[in-house]
Structure formats: structure tokens, C-alpha cells
Design a protein. Structure first.
Length: 293
């Protein structure tokens, strides 16, 4: 427990584009939990698209494996704006449409824990991925391999870091069943492999994460639904190759709404976390705007 507590208090809760993902080093990870919802498995036609995400995550408790408070006087307020550029080509690979995306988070993080306070803002870690999309009637599938590059600001002596200082490699699968005037059922699944933070010698455990969305289009332009995410760490964290028996999990759910017009879409949701272990326990507000060139 001493190693675990020291690593939590002296390290960094980083890359808060993925702010509501916390397990791994200091309870943080790089998957943007809850970011995707409606049509998450349906890639668009060839063209260039700009997606802009806004997230506000707040938590006033960091709980342990037993659900009780692990870090005293804990409070986090993280805001992020994340532009994501998507390019869908006309090329086919394995029968799927080839595309690429890149995202660059801009983060503002305030953190209090165990009597210490810190504030940081700036660019988070850069994200890039190739992807493939398939379509068959109302059914849509997508696959991607995402890489998180440690380009964000990082200092092991700071409490609130924007960058994570290690790479993450992440295969992704997504599926959507969508009716033009009816149900939209979507899910995005991923598994993340983390490299070691060379400055702290902390090896964050691998983890499974999923976003889900169940919605119904009550009008041609308006959809109401329930969205959320699941997070489960599958391997323990390590410090200097010593297993510290620290794995996190969380579930989240909440209401969502989407409005679309020709050429643009706006989606909003509020997600509340439950069943949390070894992570902050809080809630998140998401806005997602999609515009096609």
C-alpha cells in the first residue's frame, strides 16, 4: 500500500482529453471514455470532416478497491477541447473504406489531493490512427489501430501533468445498427497496451474500454438516448517491475441528445460514474460537433 499511495500522490493525473479514464498510473489513462455515441461504427463517405469535442470532468473522491476513499482531500476539475480531423479516402482495403484521423487535445486541469494543489493547461498527447469502414444496409462496422504519442507537457515533479510520457497502442472495433427513422444502437470497443514511463519507471496495466449508445430518432433531425461507458483494467500496474496489485474499473451511464442538419451534427450527454474501483469517481459532460467540408 505504501508504494501504491506514493505513486498516486507524487505522480501525474495526465492527458485529460481522456480525463474520465482513471486507473493505471495515478489512476489515469488515454482512452476518451464516453466520447463516442450515435453512429460510432458508421464511418462517413469519402471526404474531409472536422469533429470537435468538449469535455468537462469533475470528481471529488478517489476510491480504492473496496469503494472507500483512497486519497484524502481529492478534487479534480478537467476541461478539454479536442479537434479531430478525419480523412476518408476512396481506397478499399480488405473490402473496407480506408480512412485516417488525427486529434490534438487542448487541456485545462486543476487538481487537489492530500493537501497539495496544482494547475496546468496546454497541449495534450497527439493521437493518430488509420481505420477501415464497412457498410451493409442498416449495419455498419469500423476498425482502427490508434497510437498515442507522448507529445504533451510532462514533468515528474508536477502533480497535474497534461502529457503522460509514454506510448499507448490501441486496436479498436466499432459497430452501429442505424435506422433512418428509428433506432440507433452503437458500441465502440478497444484494448490498450501501455509502454513504461521512463521518468517514473511506472508500467501502467493494460485495459479494456467500451462506449455504448442506445437511441431512438423521434424526429428526422432529433435523437434521444442513453449513453455511457465501461472500463476494466486487466493487468496490474508495476513500479520498477514490482507488481503493486492496482487495477481499476468503472461504469457510466446518462442521457444523450443529438440534433443533425445537412452538413453538421451536434451531440450532448451527461454521464455519471458507478461501480468505481482504484479511480476517481465523478461525472462528465460531453459536447460533440461534426462538420463536413
Amino acid at each position: 500500500m505504501k508504494i501504491k499511495t506514493l505513486s498516486l500522490v507524487t505522480g501525474a493525473l495526465a492527458l485529460i482529453f481522456s480525463v474520465n479514464g482513471y486507473a493505471t498510473e495515478n489512476g489515469s489513462d488515454t482512452f476518451a471514455l464516453g466520447a463516442e455515441g450515435v453512429l460510432s461504427g458508421a464511418l462517413p463517405p469519402p471526404g474531409i470532416y472536422l469533429l470537435t469535442y468538449y469535455q468537462n470532468y469533475t470528481a471529488s473522491d478517489f476510491v480504492g478497491a473496496d469503494g472507500h476513499t483512497l486519497i484524502p482531500d481529492f478534487d479534480i476539475d478537467a476541461k478539454a477541447i479536442v479537434p479531430r480531423l478525419v480523412w476518408m479516402t476512396e481506397e478499399k482495403v480488405l473490402g473496407g473504406q480506408l480512412g485516417f484521423y488525427a486529434a490534438q487535445p487542448l487541456v485545462n486541469l486543476r487538481l487537489n489531493m492530500a493537501g497539495n494543489k496544482d494547475h496546468n493547461s496546454g497541449l495534450g498527447d497527439f493521437i493518430f490512427a488509420p481505420m477501415l469502414g464497412w457498410h451493409q444496409g442498416n449495419h455498419h462496422w469500423a476498425a482502427a489501430v490508434e497510437t498515442i504519442f507522448p507529445t504533451g507537457d510532462y514533468d515528474k515533479d508536477e502533480l497535474a501533468n497534461i502529457g503522460k510520457n509514454y506510448y499507448t497502442f490501441r486496436p479498436i472495433l466499432a459497430y452501429t445498427f442505424s435506422q433512418p427513422q428509428g433506432w440507433d444502437i452503437s458500441a465502440k470497443l478497444s484494448y490498450s497496451f501501455n509502454t513504461e514511463n521512463k521518468d517514473t519507471h511506472y508500467q501502467s496495466g493494460d485495459y479494456f474500454a467500451a462506449d455504448y449508445s442506445i437511441g431512438y430518432r423521434i424526429q428526422p433531425n432529433l435523437l434521444l438516448g442513453v449513453q455511457g461507458y465501461a472500463f476494466k483494467q486487466t493487468s496490474d500496474d508495476e513500479v520498477d517491475d514490482i507488481n503493486i496489485d492496482f487495477k481499476g474499473q468503472a461504469l457510466a451511464y446518462g442521457p444523450a441528445i443529438q440534433y443533425q442538419k445537412d452538413g453538421w451534427t451536434l451531440e450532448a450527454k451527461y454521464l455519471k460514474e458507478t461501480e468505481v474501483e482504484n479511480r476517481p469517481k465523478g461525472d462528465a459532460t460531453w459536447l460533440k460537433f461534426v462538420w463536413s467540408f
